[in-house]
Write a protein that binds this ligand. Structure first.
Ligand code: GRF
Length: 203
């Protein structure tokens, strides 16, 4: 199974997935990092890991359709099966959604549908919630919408600060994302071999 990870920033989730691949906890290859912020730290991580990078500046294209067409070309060249969004700060458009229908996943640092959009941890902190968490979902055209795949709740302690809550959320993200990706891969692999069996018995 070949993965492409999309990131715009620090790439700590990308790193956690890459570590899980190296340790055999995720049985896949990260064949490409797609980055819309040339120079982002995620790119440096990819280079250190020997993972190819496709980095682009959206403003150099006529619009989303144009840069997503180029992304799809790159993904197809690399025979990518699944797209993993990890801090990619951009809504996915119809070009990518059609090319990778039900094969794009995202991680969000709240218990969706609460606190979608930017700065979810800050939004939850401001709201004074006692429980927040992490969600992994399938991507559709909305902002942090799409069917939920996995969630983990985190209690906000009286002694927490925004910083300690952020750290607790990141620690869960770095475990939950690789674990969920491995489950998705196992499901796809077993569905694939089931289809193959059905095909063989029908001929
Ligand atoms: C994570 O909190 C993720 O949930 C959100 O963006 C952040 C990315 O962090 N979508 P990093 O770049 O992986 O460190």
């Amino acid at each position: 199974m070949k993965l492409a990870v999309f990131a715009s920033g620090s790439g700590s989730n990308f790193q956690a997935i890459a570590d899980a691949v190296q340790e055999g906890r995720v049985q896949a290859e990260i064949a490409l990092l797609v980055c819309d912020k040339p120079g982002a730290y995620a790119e440096k991580r990819a280079k250190a890991l020997g993972i190819p990078v496709f980095s682009f500046l959206p403003k150099e294209y006529s619009g989303k359709v144009a840069f997503e067409k180029e992304i799809v070309n790159r993904l197809q060249q690399e025979e990518i099966d699944i797209i993993i969004l990890a801090g990619y700060m951009r809504l996915i458009g119809s070009t990518l959604l059609h090319a990778y229908d039900k094969r794009i996943f995202n991680i969000h640092p709240s218990l969706l549908p609460a606190f979608p959009g930017k700065d979810a941890i800050g939004q939850a902190w401001q709201a004074g919630v006692k429980v927040t968490g992490v969600t992994i979902h399938m991507v559709d055209e909305g902002m942090d919408t799409g069917p939920i795949i996995s969630q983990e709740a985190i209690s906000v302690k009286a002694t927490d600060s925004l910083e300690s809550l952020t750290k607790a959320i990141q620690a869960v993200e770095h475990r939950l994302y690789p674990d969920t990706i491995q489950c998705l891969i196992e499901k796809r692999t077993s569905e694939g071999s089931q289809n193959q069996n059905e095909h063989q018995t029908s001929i």
